[in-house]
Design a protein. Structure first.
Length: 271
């Protein structure tokens, strides 16, 4: 199986590194290209053993799956460039936020099968939660192949394309939202008088341990929280302080803003 990546940014890197780490494919079956940063491609070739090229005809020849990972505003130029070399066997997988399948087909001027996926950067460690939608002409066998590829770097949620906006907000952007929360936790911990290095290391291990508890337990997160909250204890005191702030509203606003922006991007490109 030959995979081609148009764009080698953070998300594309997370995907092809995740696939390589899973040993689903040999690294030399993966081809990379980008807008102009050949030095980055050389580094990937040396580090990972992948191939790279700026020859679109060579890249698309016999390519089973072509990952579209350019910046959304660059896609029109990419589509114009590659359109003459697209063949019937090329199936496309878009990781471009906000660009609908019908818009991608219009720009490519083809009716080839197209999937949209919304992974997150946890793909690099094999734990992405990836939303996926397929065009109507995506065959069952091809769907299985794509889902198998995506499973190589995490788990899959298949949804209608309209629901990818919500997946984008919850899981696509989710790591950044959680990192931001952890940043504030580090700052607050440092303000208590401990050294920043001590606090960062402690919270890093706290996050890892808590994640493993969630992974290994059959209990809900609500119940896990209750299990360590003694009446009148320190945990209860901290939770009481948190309850003075509308945490639920904060996260609703955060996710709704991300959903709205995804919808706006979709409409801008679709009109």
């Amino acid at each position: 199986m030959k995979l081609v990546f148009y764009g080698a940014g953070n998300m594309a890197q997370a995907i092809f590194k995740g696939i390589i780490n899973s040993k689903k494919l040999k690294s030399h079956d993966i081809y990379l290209t980008n807008k102009s940063n050949e030095e980055a491609l050389k580094n990937f070739a040396e580090e990972l053993g992948v191939e790279y090229s700026y020859d679109d005809e060579k890249l698309l020849q016999d390519a089973d799956y072509v990952f579209l990972g350019s910046k959304p505003y660059d896609f029109e130029k990419v589509a114009q460039r590659i359109q003459p070399f697209i063949s019937e066997n090329n199936r496309f997988i878009s990781i471009m936020a906000g660009l609908p399948i019908n818009y991608i087909q219009e720009q490519l001027q083809v009716e080839n099968p197209i999937a949209r996926i919304m992974p997150n950067t946890n793909a690099q460690v094999g734990h992405s939660v990836t939303g996926i939608s397929f065009s109507g002409n995506f065959g069952p066998k091809s769907k299985e192949e794509v889902i198998d590829l995506v499973n190589a770097f995490g788990s899959v949620i298949e949804v209608n394309e309209d629901h990818l906006h919500q997946v984008t907000a919850i899981t696509g952007s989710g790591p950044a939202f959680l990192y931001h929360v952890f940043e504030q936790y580090v700052k607050a911990g440092t303000d208590l008088g401990l050294g920043k290095d001590q606090v960062e290391e402690s919270i890093k291990n706290l996050i890892i341990g808590t994640s493993k508890m969630i992974e290994r337990s059959d209990l809900s997160m609500e119940q896990l929280r209750k299990n360590i909250t003694s009446k009148g204890g320190t945990t209860q005191a901290g939770l009481n302080a948190l309850s003075q702030h509308d945490i639920e509203a904060i996260f609703k606003d955060c996710l709704n803003a991300a959903v709205q922006r995804s919808v706006e991007l979709s409409k801008n490109e679709d009109n």
